[in-house]
Design a protein around this ligand. Structure first.
Ligand code: CP
Ligand code: NVA
Length: 290
């Protein structure tokens, strides 16, 4: 909540063109082992707007791509920069990097989590409703990194969250139990089911993500078959609240997980979400670096 409130303040300053040089002279190293539009540009622009700078590094440009260890990379980068943001495959890599680095490490997406996205999503919901209490977020589709981080984020802020996914594509059981454990304190209702129609009943927010994430390209066909009844389309959203809002982390595949009518329609807030990546990450950077 501290980061979300700070993000609202920074967003207001950004709109009013008030300068915010809180991180003057600070440098963020950004390591990407997967493509990115939003994460890369919002972190880089965010650091510049805070008076600092950012380095865009792919593992192929680093000795990491030639087998230098994560530990040695972490120790070396810690000599030069103030924080590291990394987007990679295995979550364990981020943990290893953080364990070896003497500076903060930010997860810019792994196979298992996408916490910066969840922060931006929560900021978007908070802006829309002014509170998390009493709202229902429904995520339809793959129990993937985005679903995992939403579950944990929703549980932390007390937002009710239902996930509807095909059998065998549920979120990881240990993440469900972790979210449920947190939800006991905040009274958020966490539900996992297989029926999208039941799930979207009374939904305030309907969220989906691609059926095949980065690195799962070879599973595309089997996934398209398994997820075919989980598309967010006009028929499905009829079961939600009349003023429901549609969310997607982007990039999206129109005609697969969502139809163009929905994502490009009047209830879609996907670019507000994308925009909020900038503000919430600036709040995060200020919090950990200042
Ligand atoms: N939502 C998101 O993380 O987008 P990018 O892959 O473009 O960074
Ligand atoms: N689940 C998607 C999110 C992309 C921002 C992926 O991991 O590719």
């Amino acid at each position: 909540m501290y980061i979300l409130d700070l993000a609202i303040d920074l967003k207001e300053k950004y709109k009013q063109k008030i300068e915010t040089p809180y991180l003057k002279g600070k440098i963020l190293a950004m390591i990407f082992e997967k493509p990115s539009t939003r994460t890369r540009v919002s972190f880089e622009a965010g650091m510049l707007q805070l008076g600092g700078s950012a380095l865009f590094l792919t593992s192929n440009d680093l000795q990491l791509g030639r087998g230098e260890t994560i530990g040695d990379t972490a120790n070396t980068l810690s000599q030069y920069v103030d924080a590291i943001m990394i987007r990679t495959f295995e979550h364990e890599k981020v943990v290893e990097l953080a364990n070896h680095a003497s500076i903060p490490v930010i997860n810019g997406l792994t196979k298992d989590f996408h916490p910066c996205q969840a922060l931006a999503d929560l900021l978007t919901i908070y802006e829309e409703k002014g509170t998390f209490e009493g709202s229902k977020l429904v995520y339809i589709g793959d129990g993937n990194n985005v679903a995992h981080s939403l579950l944990i984020g929703a549980a932390k802020v007390g937002l009710n969250c239902t996930i509807a996914c095909p059998p065998n594509f549920e979120p990881m059981p240990e993440i469900i139990s972790y979210a449920q454990e947190i939800a006991e304190q905040t009274h958020a209702k966490i539900e996992i089911c297989h029926d999208p129609i039941h799930a979207v009943k009374d939904a305030d927010f309907i969220y989906t993500d691609v059926w095949a994430s980065m690195g799962q390209e070879q599973e595309k066909q089997i996934r398209t078959e398994s997820f075919s009844s989980y598309q967010v389309n006009t028929d499905l959203v009829k079961n939600a609240k009349g003023d429901y809002q549609f969310m997607h982390c982007l990039p999206a595949k129109r005609g697969e997980e969502v139809t163009s009518e929905i994502i490009d329609g009047p209830n879609s807030i996907v670019f507000q979400q994308a925009g909020n990546r900038l503000h919430v990450q600036k709040a995060l950077l200020k919090t950990i670096l200042e």
